[in-house]
Design a protein around this ligand. Structure first.
Ligand code: GDP
Length: 197
């Protein structure tokens, strides 16, 4: 069903703007620059659909993409632009918290982590929010083409261990490279599995 056409539906700034909750949704979250736009484009086979390298400070929107009328991919604003800017983090938290809490058709959140850096404090905060909201989430490591194979295996093991104590985390860590097309099949598989489950 990933062969269905991917189309941009709308960008949303508050709960009132959400599309109807008639289709399963998969949200993507992560620090800015983690490779979120790139993996969304790769999954949707549409190069410019999710803009890459969005400008910090721009209005933070939640972007909805329709995949062949079967389900939606949801691009959440990148978190942690500046750890210094508390207000920005709070704005992120408020909109996302509302969305996570009030969305019955949200099937899974993919938390993107740069494979070079591993879990950062701001990722911990994001995952704590997800645990609190009891929204199931799964970690996707990005940019694995930038590190050695042995490093990927080590990172997967390290992150898996960190997730073991997190109640809403899916135990399987997915390792990907949007650039090289690696691990995308597994992400699609996770999505299809969640849709069927
Ligand atoms: P976003 O801010 O999370 O949406 O991140 P982007 O998708 O815009 O990616 C940030 C930067 O990382 C860009 O320069 C991308 O070209 C680069 N990038 C993203 N994914 C990969 C990847 O899998 N491998 C490599 N080498 N670079 C990547």
């Amino acid at each position: 069903i990933f062969s269905g056409e991917a189309t941009f539906m709308k960008g949303v700034v508050d709960m009132a703007g959400l599309p109807p909750s008639d289709l399963g949704e998969f949200a993507f979250a992560g620090r800015s620059n983690v490779g979120k736009s790139s993996i969304l484009n790769a999954l949707m086979n549409r190069k410019g659909l999710a803009r890459t390298s969005n400008t910090p400070g721009r209005t933070q929107e939640v972007n909805f993409f329709d995949i062949g009328g079967s389900f939606r991919l949801v691009d959440l604003p990148g978190y942690g632009y500046a750890r210094a800017s508390r207000t920005k983090v709070d704005a992120w938290t408020e909109l996302i918290f509302d969305y996570l809490r009030g969305r019955p058709n949200l099937l899974r959140v993919f938390v993107l982590i740069d494979s070079r850096h591993g879990i950062k404090p701001v990722d911990e905060e994001g995952m704590a929010l997800l645990d609190e909201s009891a929204v199931s989430y799964q970690v996707i490591l990005t940019k694995i083409d930038k590190i050695k194979e042995s490093g990927v295996a080590r990172r997967v093991a390290e992150v898996s261990e960190a997730l073991a104590s997190r109640p809403a985390a899916h135990p399987e860590v997915l390792a990907t490279s949007s650039e090289k097309g690696r691990g995308l099949k597994e992400v699609r598989g996770a999505i299809l599995g969640a849709l069927e489950g």
